[in-house]
Design a protein around this ligand. Structure first.
Ligand SMILES: Cc1cc2nc3c(=O)[nH]c(=O)nc-3n(C[C@H](O)[C@H](O)[C@H](O)COP(=O)(O)OP(=O)(O)OC[C@H]3O[C@@H](n4cnc5c(N)ncnc54)[C@H](O)[C@@H]3O)c2cc1C
Length: 496
């Protein structure tokens, strides 16, 4: 990839940011035949894109808000993603338990509309279920006052693994993608953007990269990049944090997820089986920080942990406690600023903005709609930069990895040989550079059981060092920096 960077004189499209949005744009651009390069400052999907609720969904919540267009678009994309990444996206059954008389008809009708909107791309009809049937599907639901419920279907996926497979797909179509390559400046000729300045984080070498188009797809870092272009730009983003807690399967045995459409303070709450654990979430907390390190590795707040434990406890027969938390992770939504409004009321739809210099910024949206966002932004790049108009190819593009064995989600249950071969594959084929890349995003060990991941990190560091020809100093430094990050994935009292 570095050789490709060094041998090219000019690119058609240069993308800043290797999350869902940037990687999607790279696939769209490369499959249209454009000479494409993407830079990610840390690892692919290090930001929000590895910290989602893991749902490929139309958004029942947006239906409640009456945002029909958003739901229709997302349901269409849900169907396409299920076809194009069948190895990582699957059909997930949810139940909405009803404890009040009006909840059955109210949510039942809403979910019938959801089915109808999905049309041919539907994942299965919603149905009204008796109290007994609901308890068969979700046996740990609190039976006290339970009247019945509604079952419906949505998609579930592995976000960071999908990001890696999208990066692989872009590379297959000759895109150049580099992780640990922060963009540090925007190149200009007069007032026009003509490329970017980047730094190879591992060697310290800097490059000036010329490109006809530059796309800013940096999530909560959007304003930092806009600042490089124009220090006087208006702030676009108000980050809002959402956290998830991961607990053992005993809290929700079986394959069915629970959706609580409205907590006391009007939020949606999920309990979803994922890789043999249960993911509980999420929250929506406005965040003031502009500090780059805390934007990259946000930390759950005490009150967010309390909120989830308290609210999910109301619906389960056995309440999860702090000691039961195996891992927790926080992600930041890059909400587009609208002064004076609460964050929950701001739009989740995506936004494309063109600066006076020609820099194109895309932000907002959600994982589910990444393909559509990419199509829109490359269409705009064509229009604005007089690139040859070529049609979007991604609606029916099978993503890389669909015909390969799946990477294991965690390494705790693997034999030494299996761990070694997972590391070899990650390092040789997936640009895995650090122990954290391997334990957090190539496998999902850190998100599934943080303490076990910390315990495994010395073995992983040694095996990676052998594969990458690194010395003992590298091993020690990797173990220490992994532990520093991993400590954020456990409540303080669970650390010892
Ligand atoms: C709590 C939570 C739950 C969610 N759950 C769901 C869900 O279940 N389903 C769903 O569809 N959506 C969900 N979403 C939304 C979805 O996760 C996001 O919309 C999506 O991940 C955003 O991707 P992105 O690429 O725009 O941003 P990011 O993933 O943050 O990527 C931006 C990237 O840019 C990089 N970057 C920044 N500055 C630079 C620079 N100078 N040079 C190079 N690189 C740079 C960053 O390191 C980062 O990797 C959720 C979001 C949150 C917060």
């Amino acid at each position: 990839m570095i050789q490709q960077l060094e041998s090219a004189s000019e690119w058609d499209i240069c993308i800043i940011g290797g999350g869902a949005t940037g990687l999607g744009a790279a696939v769209d651009s490369a499959t249209r035949g454009f000479k494409t390069i993407l830079f990610e400052q840390h690892d692919f999907a290090k930001g929000t894109s590895s910290r989602s609720t893991k749902l490929v969904h139309g958004g029942v919540r947006y239906l409640q808000q009456g945002n029909i267009k958003l739901v229709l678009e997302a349901l269409k994309e849900r169907g396409l993603l299920l076809k194009n990444a069948p190895h990582l996206v699957h059909n997930q059954k949810f139940v909405v338990p009803n404890y009040k008389w009006w909840e059955g008809p109210f949510y039942g009708i809403g979910l019938k509309i959801y089915d109808w909107m999905a049309g041919k791309l539907g994942l299965g009809p919603s149905e009204f279920l008796s109290r007994e049937r609901i308890l068969e599907l979700a046996p740990t639901l609190d039976p006290d006052g339970l009247r019945g419920g509604i079952a419906y279907h949505d998609g579930q996926f592995d976000d960071a693994r999908l990001a890696i497979d999208i990066a692989q797909t872009a590379a297959q179509y000759n895109a150049t993608l580099l992780n640990y390559f922060p963009v540090t400046g925007i190149l200009k000729s007069g007032k026009k953007t003509t490329g970017v300045q980047v730094k190879d984080q591992l060697t310290g070498k800097t490059y000036e990269v010329k490109s006809k188009t530059v796309i800013n797809a940096t999530g909560v870092f959007t304003d930092a990049v806009l600042n490089m272009d124009n220090p006087r730009h208006n702030q676009m983003i108000a980050p809002s944090q959402g956290i998830h807690l991961v607990v053992d399967k005993e809290f929700l045995p079986g394959d069915t997820a629970i959706m609580i459409p409205r907590t006391d303070d009007g939020r949606v709450l999920f309990a979803v089986p994922w890789h043999n654990k249960i993911v509980l979430g999420t929250t929506d907390t406005p965040i003031k920080t502009k500090n780059a390190a805390s934007l990259l590795e946000p930390v759950p707040l005490e009150e967010e942990i309390d909120f989830i434990l308290k609210h999910i406890g109301r619906y389960l027969s056995k309440d999860p406690q702090r000691d039961d938390i195996r891992s927790m992770f926080a992600g930041l939504r890059p909400l587009v600023k609208a002064s004076g409004k609460r964050t929950a009321a701001l739009s989740r739809d995506h936004l494309i903005n063109i600066s006076d210099s020609g820099l194109i910024t895309i932000t907002g949206g959600k994982w589910t709609t990444y393909r559509r966002m990419a199509e829109d932004v490359i269409n705009i790049a064509i229009e604005k930069n007089k690139l040859p108009a070529k049609p979007c190819m991604t609606k029916e593009l099978l993503l890389s990895g669909h015909d390969q064995p799946l990477m294991p989600p965690e390494i705790f249950s693997l034999s030494a040989d299996q761990v070694e071969s997972a590391i070899k594959r990650s390092v040789d084929q997936e640009m895995c550079i650090t122990v954290e890349d391997f334990l957090s995003r190539r496998t999902r060990s850190l998100l599934l059981d943080a303490r076990a991941a910390i315990q495994q990190s010395p073995v992983v560091a040694s095996l990676m060092a052998a594969e990458m020809k690194k010395n003992d100093h590298w091993i020690r430094e990797q173990i220490d920096s992994f532990k520093l990050v991993a400590n954020n994935y456990l409540p303080i009292q669970n650390l010892n």
